[in-house]
Design a protein around this ligand. Structure first.
Ligand SMILES: NC(=O)c1ccc[n+]([C@@H]2O[C@H](COP(=O)([O-])OP(=O)(O)OC[C@H]3O[C@@H](n4cnc5c(N)ncnc54)[C@H](OP(=O)(O)O)[C@@H]3O)[C@@H](O)[C@H]2O)c1
Length: 323
């Protein structure tokens, strides 16, 4: 029975060149563009249940709560689950890439079958990315997931009252599921009949080196921004948590934008695009991350301006000096 469903679905995937990964990221982008624009532009005209589902954390919906939507809300601290999952998933992808290099072999049949299923079928899956670029991109993404795993599980101070909707929780997991598979789905050694080419830094262009540097800078700055938020809630002398309130962050890139951690998130995905510029799926990942972070950063910026009378006028929402 299950095999029949799988076979029929797979036939459909291959016949229609239906790429599940691309579908996920295009779908996310369309939804966030529509609802993000509505919330940011004509929010007062929208039903409370929609506003309550979309908003989360400090800019969560403050009006009348819909009982059904409230039942589907979960603690925002469950953000840490994204990184338990993504760190494990990214390590698995990285180990498969390394194994391919070491053994000079195509990925195991099970992996190929899985990638065929999620990325358009065997007949439609072709090589877009060389294995060296994929390996470097995979190392960068794994380092990012590792740091976020550490931060969310051991450093970040989540307020007990902060909530997210279950849909945010699902989207977060699907994001990492798809983004990490995007590193492999069109890479040499992960497409049938191909082998990883020998690891060579000659495959990394000067522009790609620049992207690695930009990634490193953004990675460090995102950590610094997150630590500024953590320290806002701590007593400077004792290091004890003294409040769970949302205070006015200052210092670093907070002096010019309201959400530097979101800005650097986008820049890191863009930097990886420098390595995977031939990958259609990764381009879709970057577009989705940008629109998602923009919608959230605009709501955050508005929240700061409404809650702090002395909010610095020169501070932009997401992009320094521009937006
Ligand atoms: N790749 C993607 O598509 C994607 C999607 C979503 C998020 N992210 C990334 O995940 C990270 C976290 O996102 P987020 O939406 O949770 O960010 P956030 O709302 O700014 O929250 C980050 C942390 O800082 C705390 N915090 C926020 N503002 C504060 C303030 N004014 N004073 C004191 N503490 C404050 C929050 O506490 P509370 O518990 O009270 O909220 C939370 O622990 C960001 O780096 C973002 O880029 C990535």
């Amino acid at each position: 029975m299950l095999t029949d469903i799988y076979n029929t679905t797979y036939k459909f995937i291959e016949l229609c060149n239906f790429n599940i990964l691309n579908f996920i990221f295009i779908g996310f982008t369309v939804v966030i563009v529509i609802f993000g624009s509505l919330i940011n532009i004509v929010e007062t005209l929208l039903p409370d249940c929609l506003r309550q589902s979309f908003r989360y954390g400090k800019h969560c919906h403050k009006g009348p709560a819909n009982a059904l939507i409230s039942m589907t809300e979960i603690p925002k601290s469950w953000f840490k689950h994204f990184y338990i999952f993504s760190f494990t998933w990214s390590l698995l992808a990285l180990s498969l890439l390394l194994k391919g290099f070491i053994m000079n072999a195509t990925a195991p049949e099970l992996v190929l079958e899985f990638l065929d299923f999620v990325a358009g079928g065997q007949a439609n899956r072709n090589v877009q990315v060389n294995s060296t670029s994929a390996l470097v991109a995979s190392v960068l993404l794994t380092i990012q997931c590792a740091r976020r795993f550490y931060e969310t599980n051991f450093v970040q101070i989540f307020s007990k009252n902060s909530k997210i909707n279950w849909s945010h929780y699902l989207v977060g997991h699907l994001h990492y599921f798809g983004a990490i598979l995007a590193l492999l789905s069109n890479t040499e050694g992960f497409v049938r009949g191909t082998l990883p080419s020998a690891f060579s830094l000659k495959h990394i262009t000067l522009i790609q080196c620049l992207c690695i540097f930009i990634f490193h800078f953004s990675w460090t700055q995102q950590y610094k921004s997150n630590m500024i938020l953590v320290n806002l809630r701590k007593d400077a002398k004792s290091g004890e948590v003294k409040t769970e309130n949302h205070l006015l962050p200052t210092g670093g890139f907070f002096n010019i934008i309201s959400s530097p951690h979101m800005f650097f998130e986008v820049v890191m995905y863009l930097a990886i695009l420098g390595l995977l510029h031939t990958s259609t799926t990764w381009l879709l990942v970057v577009i989705w991350v940008f629109v998602n972070q923009l919608a959230n950063a605009l709501l955050t910026h508005k929240w700061y301006k409404e809650n702090f009378k002395n909010y610095p006028k020169n501070r932009k929402a997401l992009i320094p000096f521009i937006l």
